[in-house]
Ligand binder design. Structure first.
Ligand SMILES: Cc1cc2nc3c(=O)[nH]c(=O)nc-3n(C[C@H](O)[C@H](O)[C@H](O)COP(=O)(O)O)c2cc1C
Ligand code: SF4
Ligand code: SF4
Length: 268
């Protein structure tokens, strides 16, 4: 399972970082017994932490792990990038290329997932008719709730009027596309994983100058009627929408970073 080279100093860092404690230190160096391999979540920490490059792992080969040397280590730059991500509500109609969309979703692939399950997949809705159908169905869902006198829908009463009477796409704000992260409904922490992935996707999109905004109204509909949404999206009925964002080329450029309430933190 593990190949240890003669560069190993037996520092035991690989043993200490393993989240499932399946590596033991022996007189001959770190050892992962075959019967314990089922406990491996393929996180790659044991390979990554070894500064000697002395450990290779059959399931997470050293050759596939890129060096951290190119990581930007400026806290200011990283924070500024995060602060530059805004909720974009005005879009140009020009489609975003599939290559760009794939790169945005590719960034999401690196998000941490509970037990490293990684079972989140991404759907880019490009067809304008499907985008419109999803918006129509979302509004139908809210209209039905209003008709039924559901108390939770009170704050959203204007939504149906704005969409149907004024013809304004309040669901997707006129964005040409929607990116949706989906997960198997049986997946442990699936919804969290899918939502975290979308946070990474939005960051990468922003750096590409692609605007995004969480599609909360659609998400509410997708949570309420998962099978109906699965049918429209042509995904398995056991898959669930974890997160959705509208996206496209932004109509306007923003010239200021976001400002928020002062930090509220306690140290105990
Ligand atoms: C929603 C969620 C819950 C997690 N819960 C735990 C946890 O209880 N204990 C733990 O050691 N790691 C936990 N993790 C960390 C994952 O195991 C870890 O992200 C994954 O193995 C990938 O490793 P990486 O984050 O170093 O890339 C959690 C991750 C997520 C996203
Ligand atoms: S981290 Fe590297 S050097 Fe240290 S014990 Fe593990 S394999 Fe050996
Ligand atoms: S890849 Fe497997 S053996 Fe290595 S640290 Fe992660 S869980 Fe442990």
């Amino acid at each position: 399972m593990l190949q240890i080279s003669s560069d190993c100093t037996k520092c035991a860092k690989c043993v200490k970082v393993c989240p499932t404690s399946i590596i033991e230190m022996t007189d001959n160096g770190p050892l992962l017994k075959p019967e314990r391999i089922k406990g491996c979540i393929k996180c790659g920490h044991c390979v990554s932490v070894c500064d000697k490059g002395a450990l290779d792992h059959q399931l997470v080969p050293l050759a596939n792990q890129e060096s951290t040397d190119n990581v930007i280590n400026s806290p200011e730059a990283v924070k500024a990038t995060m602060r530059s991500v805004r909720s974009i509500r005005n879009y140009r109609k020009t489609p975003v290329s599939k290559e760009l969309i794939a790169d945005i979703a590719d960034a999401a692939r690196y998000v941490p997932t509970a037990r490293n399950t990684q079972q989140v997949s991404y759907l880019a809705v490009l067809n304008p008719e499907t985008v419109k159908l999803l918006a129509d169905k979302t509004v139908d869902y809210f209209a039905e709730a209003i008709e039924a006198g559901e108390p939770w829908v009170r704050p959203y009463r204007g939504l149906v009027r704005v969409y149907r009477d004024k013809g304004y796409d309040i669901v997707f704000r006129g964005a040409p596309h929607v990116l949706i992260s989906v997960y198997p409904k049986s997946q442990y922490y699936g919804e969290d994983n899918a939502r975290l992935g979308m946070v990474y996707a939005r960051l990468q999109a922003s750096v590409h100058n692609i605007g995004t905004c969480w599609a909360g109204f659609f998400e509410m509909y997708a949570v309420a009627k998962p099978e109906e949404v699965a049918e429209i999206l042509k995904i398995d009925a056991d898959m669930r929408v974890g997160a959705a964002v509208m996206f496209g080329h932004p109509a306007f450029k923003y010239h200021r970073l976001v400002e928020r309430e002062p930090l509220n933190i306690s140290f105990i």
